[in-house]
Design a protein around this ligand. Sequence first.
Ligand SMILES: *[C@@H]1O[C@H](CO)[C@@H](O)[C@H](O)[C@H]1NC(C)=O
Ligand SMILES: *[C@@H]1O[C@H](CO)[C@@H](O)[C@H](O)[C@H]1NC(C)=O
Ligand SMILES: *[C@@H]1O[C@H](CO)[C@@H](O)[C@H](O)[C@H]1NC(C)=O
Ligand SMILES: *[C@@H]1O[C@H](CO)[C@@H](O)[C@H](O)[C@H]1NC(C)=O
Length: 243
Amino acid sequence: MAISRTFMSVNLFIFFLVIATTNGQAPAPTPSGPTNITAVLEKAGQYTMFIRLLKSTQAADQINTQLNSSSSQGLTVFAPTDNAFSSLKSGTLNSLSDQQKVQLVQFHVLPTLLTMPQFQTVSNPLRTQAGDGQNGKFPLNITSSGNQVNITTGVVSATVANSVYSDKQIAVYQVDQVLLPLAMFGSSSAAPAPAPEKGGSVTTGSASGSDGGGDSTDSSDAERIRYGIIATVAAIAASSLWI
Ligand SMILES: *[C@@H]1O[C@H](CO)[C@@H](O)[C@H](O)[C@H]1NC(C)=O
Ligand SMILES: *[C@@H]1O[C@H](CO)[C@@H](O)[C@H](O)[C@H]1NC(C)=O
Ligand SMILES: *[C@@H]1O[C@H](CO)[C@@H](O)[C@H](O)[C@H]1NC(C)=O
Ligand SMILES: *[C@@H]1O[C@H](CO)[C@@H](O)[C@H](O)[C@H]1NC(C)=O
């Protein structure tokens, strides 16, 4: 009798603990908050290098702040894949100053939201966050026909592969090349001397291109709860041994 009563109260105890745990952790994956560019790209996969640049230049914070501001007119981000970065001449990024890295990242961001159909009607050159699109500075031209959308910078010609993410505030597109601005790479079409291959190459994870379908947070919650239960049972078992 006594045993089964303890057993029941232990069960009740666990029950309440589980409820407390679930309630306590519920607010963790709030998808309703402002869009988080880092989280969007992490979820999409294959943008390790771009994420690293976004973080190291603090551009990620700026973008997130902008997305959380009611006066924002939206943003368009062209996200180069890890493959795009590894196809750069080696040493390209290392040859840039911190300021140039900031400009390079900002060159991938337009201060307005452009949907795919709007690419057909943009007027070139487009204005990027890096600034002046006119003569020899940071021009970015979009040409499109049908579903094909190309971007030219005067240095590289890239193709917009597909839409990674979009909502009311931001559109993120995959591009197959790092968009090198004319102001920084224009004169050096002879390019900085290719340094000997070493390090730097990103091991591109499987380019599984997993769109949407975000139950990863759910399963990790379930896991946390499961661990909570196991830990509780262990703790109770241990304490009953003491008594
Ligand atoms: C955005 O997401 C990243 C990675 O998921 C996280 O480290 C960062 O704290 C988030 N930023 C904000 C403002 O929520
Ligand atoms: C978004 O803006 C609101 C109001 O300015 C602020 O309270 C909130 O902390 C911001 N959220 C993030 C994630 O920056
Ligand atoms: C885009 O670029 C590809 C290859 O570089 C080219 O074949 C295609 O004609 C271009 N399309 C447009 C619309 O510029
Ligand atoms: C971009 O478009 C403008 C206007 O059509 C043109 O003058 C300029 O040469 C173009 N630049 C590149 C790099 O295509």
